[in-house]
Design a protein around this ligand. Sequence first.
Ligand code: FES
Length: 160
Amino acid sequence: MSEIFSKVKNEIAAVLDKYPNGRSAVMDVLRIAQEANGGHLTKEALGEIAALLDMRPVEVNAAAAFYTMYRIQKPAGRHHIWVCRNISCSLLGAEHIIAYLERALRIKTGETTADDKFTLSTAECLGSCGTAPMMQIDDDYYENLTESKIDEILAEKGLK
Ligand code: FES
């Protein structure tokens, strides 16, 4: 077991207790491993998860690659921005919000700023449709977004 997995072995054991088999726990174990590894999953970690859950490495890789909340190989910036682009947010300007953030951060969606401070991603519905357009930064929601609100939020996070 790698050093990273050793640090979270109790947390993983608790998760495994909740599921009928290892395969069912794959998403929780990917989340724990990602958090323990500074926000991304290495090829080695994916292999270790496969062995732990009695899955084929290709199955674990497929799960990690399918869901946007997992980052494979490349770590996210210190603040990960997720802009919802699903129907309610799109109708109320998500594409404009994304373009505004790309200009403010000087990156494209999917990229990380040169100082590793911000990563910009898009997400499907984040469950806050009534306060669209919205985004999530790390664990916090920011809703009813406008350009000036985004400026304030980015300033709070240390962009400006
Ligand atoms: S559509 Fe954006 S939170 Fe649901």
